[in-house]
Design a binder for this molecule. Structure first.
Ligand SMILES: NC(=O)C1=CN([C@@H]2O[C@H](COP(=O)(O)OP(=O)(O)OC[C@H]3O[C@@H](n4cnc5c(N)ncnc54)[C@H](O)[C@@H]3O)[C@@H](O)[C@H]2O)C=CC1
Ligand SMILES: CC(C)=CCC[C@@H](C)[C@H]1CC[C@H]2C3=C(CC[C@]12C)[C@@]1(C)CCC(=O)C[C@@H]1CC3
Length: 345
């Protein structure tokens, strides 16, 4: 009888590997001796030794050919939150994740590590040192988060030790670092349009911002700890910098580092939130006539004006996680990596 060789445990695939987090993950996995392939709807770079499979994760056949002989899969693909496209989030994050799970099982993949998000428990009100046992948000802040909740449940429920298919979810928060297409570019765009003069609320709200290499480290630890006898099977893990910082101090450090002025004038949180809500309603009503994307959405105001930071004790205990790059160093390395976004560039 022909024996089917078990895929090497160092052969892995990164779904969403062309993205910000995905590419950092691919680079680190290669450094650690993994043989890596990328599955993504687009190819954004080339890297010697990395095989690219371009395709939509909703296409099972395309996935199956990319997952041949792969034993470990990282799923970090998602449409960008800013698109706010409900149908797209549902198709990719829910239907697509079901397809990823089915393809993994069919291809004989043994481990699936999902990039979830700490925002699955966030409802727009304060969370201080939130642990993983907080309930999922009943009223998620947007469609993106609503589908991230469904996605996480699907992946964790698929964990089946009998069948030899093990899953775990990493919940990062506020990922930042070189090549990030969201945080710094949105902030600089707002600064260039004179919209970063104001602090929403009293400016004391604490938030987690997590340097991308720490998020990568958490993913790799989770993959390496995922064994049938390990307590991490089917569980979510917060991965943060473990250094909550005032939202507006973080913004100021980034802005000043890039040569812009720090926000100075305080505006009451309730007022800005109500205005953002009104603006959002107006753009929704007028959407057949004009397409306008406001900088101030209720979701962004909530993110900028409330406490939302999370405990990563569980990751420390079960994964041996410790951040590898401090916030100070992460900010310095990020600022340095954006010469084209500096004031006057
Ligand atoms: N950036 C952040 O602050 C946070 C991100 N996350 C999660 O981390 C993951 C990675 O996020 P980022 O790297 O920031 O996003 P990104 O937008 O840079 O990367 C996502 C990748 O997914 C790919 N993709 C999208 N739809 C696809 C499809 N149908 N088939 C195949 N590939 C597809 C995109 O082409 C892109 O390369 C996402 O799951 C996101 O929800 C969670 C918490 C915070
Ligand atoms: C901590 C966390 C979850 C960060 C996620 C990233 C984005 C949601 C933020 C990145 C840039 C931020 C930003 C604002 C809100 C939150 C972000 C979009 C503002 C719109 C808040 C109101 C302002 O005064 C302008 C800000 C620009 C940058």
């Amino acid at each position: 009888m022909a024996t089917r060789l078990r895929p090497s445990s160092k052969r892995c695939a990164v779904i969403g590997g062309s993205g910000f987090l995905g590419r950092h993950l691919v680079e680190k996995l290669q450094d650690r001796g993994y043989s890596v392939s990328v599955f993504d709807i687009r190819q954004s770079y080339e890297l010697p030794g990395v095989t690219f499979h371009q395709g939509d994760l909703c296409d099972e056949q395309a996935l199956l050919s990319a997952l041949k002989d792969v034993s470990l899969v990282f799923h970090c693909a998602s449409p960008a939150p800013a698109s706010n496209d409900r149908a797209l989030f549902e198709r990719v994050n829910i239907q697509g994740t079901k397809t990823v799970i089915e393809a993994c099982i069919q291809a004989g993949v043994q481990k699936l590590v999902l990039t979830s998000s700490a925002s699955v428990v966030f409802e727009g009100t304060d969370i201080k040192n939130g642990r993983e046992d907080l309930p999922y948000a009943k009223k998620p802040i947007d469609y993106y988060t609503q589908t991230k909740i469904q996605q996480e449940k699907l992946v964790l429920e698929a964990c089946d030790k009998q069948k030899g298919f093990l899953t775990v979810a990493i919940r990062p928060h506020g990922i930042f670092g070189p090549r990030d297409p969201q945080l710094v570019p949105i902030m600089v765009d707002a600064a260039r349009r004179g919209k970063m003069k104001f602090i929403i609320g009293d400016g004391t709200n604490l938030v987690d911002f997590t340097f991308v290499e720490n998020v990568v480290h958490g993913h790799i630890l989770a993959a390496e700890c995922l064994r049938p006898d390990s307590p991490i099977c089917g569980k979510p893990y917060h991965i943060t910098n473990d250094e909550p910082i005032r939202f507006w101090d973080f913004m100021s450090e980034m802005l000043v580092g890039l040569g812009y002025a720090a926000p100075r004038f305080h505006l009451p949180y309730g007022l800005v939130y109500s205005l953002a809500l009104l603006l959002w309603l107006l753009t929704w009503i007028l959407r057949p006539l004009l397409s306008f994307k406001p900088t101030f959405t209720p979701m962004r105001v909530a993110l900028a004006g409330t406490h939302h930071y999370y405990s990563c004790e569980r990751a420390k205990q079960d994964l041996g996680y410790r951040p590898v790059v401090s916030l100070k160093e992460g900010i310095a390395r990020t600022v340095q990596s954006y010469p084209h976004l500096r004031h006057g560039a």
